[in-house]
Design a protein around this ligand. Structure first.
Ligand code: BDR
Ligand code: CA
Length: 317
């Protein structure tokens, strides 16, 4: 199976990504690392542990990483404090995590693991890029040691946190700029343009719940909560359905054809008044920079949904 490490800010879509990676027979999830993002880091770690416990995969270690952006004291605009632990703690039908986070810091773990790796391990950050930038900064060889980096983030058409920026890139723009300038052998980016082509509906949630497995039930609850959020608060209306961004990156590792990519240059805006955190995609080769990223502009929605049902309905789930 394909080895990977998921770097998450769990988060309902992160939780679905964790379950897909932990349960897919063609994938081997070696570890989860957590980063400040959707909620404060302690909650991201707790939510990740709880998700793994719930599907019987508490053997997968969880390492906690950076509690705030790499340079900034906070996000470009500080978020409202979420006191309840955020996104999905209350929707998961388990009380507290029974397992504990690993002792080592996530950045140290990532540096050591990729330095010592004798087999290919994909690194899949689906939250702000703080841990990855911290690893690059601390170890000049880090990027070269990672054979494939698969990022969920960015947007070409429109942002989801500001008119121009997507959350993961906006939340730590300096970290994102470091990551896009680093010499990874292969960098894949799954932006909103692709994840919005893989919307999961209320009817799909019903089918996931009906699988009767812990993973199916949890996925159904997480995604239903996302649909409620999109219906009530998100300006990008998705009419009774929602994107499950982070899980699309995991689906790609199992089935590369699930996304359609173009190899182009990507830069991250760190200084713009209106555009901080924007991913600038050189789709028309207007700049002099060489292509540095395989950007997904398309995703196969029906196949993505079928995959969730297959894996969450399987014997291990
Ligand atoms: C990204 O931001 C977070 O809210 C999600 O978990 C996802 O990784 C989408 O913009
Ligand atoms: Ca995320």
């Amino acid at each position: 199976p394909r080895k990977l490490i998921l770097d998450v800010d769990t988060g309902t879509d992160d939780a679905v990504a964790i379950m897909l990676a932990a349960l897919h027979p063609a994938l081997d999830l070696l570890a989860v690392t957590t980063v400040n993002g959707n909620v404060e880091i302690g909650y991201c770690t707790d939510n990740s542990l709880r998700t793994l416990d719930f599907i019987g995969r508490s053997d997968i270690p969880v390492y906690e990483g950076c509690p705030k952006p790499i340079l900034r004291a906070d996000f470009p605009v500080p978020r409202a404090v979420k006191k309840d632990g955020g996104m999905h703690v209350n929707t998961l039908p388990v009380p507290e995590p029974t397992s504990r986070k690993a002792d080592k810091n996530a950045v140290e773990f990532l540096i050591e693991t990729f330095r010592a790796a004798t087999e290919e391990i994909a690194l899949v950050p689906v939250g702000p890029l703080t841990n990855i930038a911290a690893a690059i900064t601390a170890d000049p060889n880090f990027a070269r040691n990672v054979p494939e980096l698969v990022i969920m983030g960015g947007a070409h058409y429109t942002g989801n946190v500001t008119p121009s920026a997507e959350f993961n890139i906006w939340a730590d723009p300096e970290a994102a700029a470091i990551v896009f300038e680093a010499p990874f052998a292969r960098r894949v980016l799954v932006p909103l343009d692709a994840t919005f082509q893989a919307l999961v509906s209320g009817a799909d949630c019903g089918a996931l719940e009906a699988l009767g497995t812990n993973a199916g039930i949890a996925a159904s609850r997480f995604i239903s909560q996302r649909i409620k959020g999109y219906d009530s608060t998100q300006p990008m209306k998705t009419l009774g359905s929602a994107p499950v961004h982070d899980a699309v990156c995991v689906a790609y590792l199992a089935e590369p054809d699930i996304i359609e990519t173009r190899h182009i240059h990507v830069a991250v805006e760190t200084a713009g008044i209106h555009t901080v955190g924007r991913t600038v995609f050189d789709v028309n080769k207007r700049g002099d920079n060489e292509a540095n990223t395989h950007v997904a502009f398309g995703a196969n929605g029906p196949r993505f949904i079928a995959l969730l049902k297959e894996i969450f309905g399987g014997a291990a789930a």
